[in-house]
Design a protein around this ligand. Structure first.
Ligand code: NAD
Length: 293
């Protein structure tokens, strides 16, 4: 059995998987591969599946499966798994880091000091204590963020059409009402028809003036032109973003020149600990596949 590691994983992974067969990172050997391991870079399209005649199993290290044509893969007898539980803490901690960085002007404080500019009077901070956080998409990552926000004394609202109760948040499925109450909005939805462009001119108009938005979910859940305009006008006080229309983004994206933003290059899942957990899960998924052959 040939296992093709198509994207970046922990360096220990090939050694861990050698017990199942040959392991390679040579993408030119896709035609021989029975198992392919991907993250977000490899796109498992119809063409990809058709060019892999021996393929039986695709494992996406991470959560989002929007880079895999699951119905087509399944129709060709290819099973698709992810490692959904592994990444929740890693992504929630990055969302929290962005939520702290924005009202504390961490990047501006750092850059002005490096420019020998003493900006003490300009950099007025805001506290999280007592503020309302709206978590859009209250699944694994959203609820991990909510529990952390509670520890900081925030009120948490969860917006998720498929969730009815949480110990950490008041669930409210009236989006306009949630947006109207929020001082902070953190986005944790998968990319679906129902979530694509959900932050747009219309929904932004329902938000409080001076709201902060954090997106570690999916870039295309935001209409970038609308959000950039809201940042320029001050309607949105700040945007913390890890996810883009593409990896890397089009460098002319209007978000990249908008004010009061903190950016990251899609590193939500990229903790050492998460990469270790993903390796353990991939090992057990392949183990079960081999046992059931
Ligand atoms: P999850 O499946 O546990 O949670 C997603 C939640 O979104 C679910 O509870 C679902 O009911 C909800 N949802 C579905 N449609 C919705 C809608 N229209 N409106 C509001 N909520 C809706 O997934 P998770 O592990 O919490 O991951 C969430 C997303 O985070 C992933 O789909 C992925 O896009 C993103 N992610 C990003 C990174 C990163 O590196 N930044 C890493 C992992 C995951």
């Amino acid at each position: 059995m040939l296992i093709l590691i198509s994207d970046a994983f922990d360096a220990s992974l090939p050694g861990r998987l050698e017990k199942y067969g040959e392991v390679t990172d040579d993408k030119g050997r896709l035609t021989e591969a029975e198992v392919v391991l991907i993250r977000s870079k490899t796109k498992v399209t119809k063409e990809y599946v058709d060019s892999a005649p021996k393929l039986k199993l695709v494992i996406r290290g991470g959560v989002g499966l929007d880079n895999v044509d699951i119905p087509y893969a399944n129709s060709k007898g290819v099973a698709v798994h992810n490692t959904a539980d592994a990444s929740s803490v890693a992504v929630a901690e990055l969302a929290f880091a962005l939520m702290i960085a924005l009202p504390n002007h961490i990047t501006r404080a750092d850059s002005t000091m490096r420019e020998q500019n003493w900006a003490k009077k300009e950099l007025k901070r805001n506290e999280l204590l007592g503020k309302t956080l709206a978590v859009l998409g209250f699944g694994r990552i959203g609820s991990a963020l909510a529990s952390r926000a509670k520890a900081f004394g925030m009120k948490v609202l969860g917006y998720d059409p498929y969730v009815y109760f949480s110990d950490f948040a008041e669930i409210n499925n009236d989006l306009d009402d949630v947006l109207g109450q929020a001082d902070y909005i953190s986005m944790h939805m998968p990319l679906l028809d129902s979530t694509k462009g959900i932050i747009n001119k219309d929904t932004l108009s329902k938000c409080k003036d001076g709201v902060y938005i954090i997106n570690t979910g999916r870039g295309k859940c935001v209409i970038e032109e609308d959000l950039a305009a809201a940042l320029k006008s001050g309607k949105v006080a700040g945007y913390g973003n890890d996810v883009w229309y593409s990896d890397p983004p089009d460098w002319s994206s209007p978000i990249l020149s908008a004010p009061n933003c903190v950016f990251a290059p899609h590193i939500g899942a990229s903790t050492k600990e998460n990469m270790g957990r993903i390796g353990v899960m991939i090992d057990s998924i392949i183990g079960a596949y081999v046992a059931n052959k």
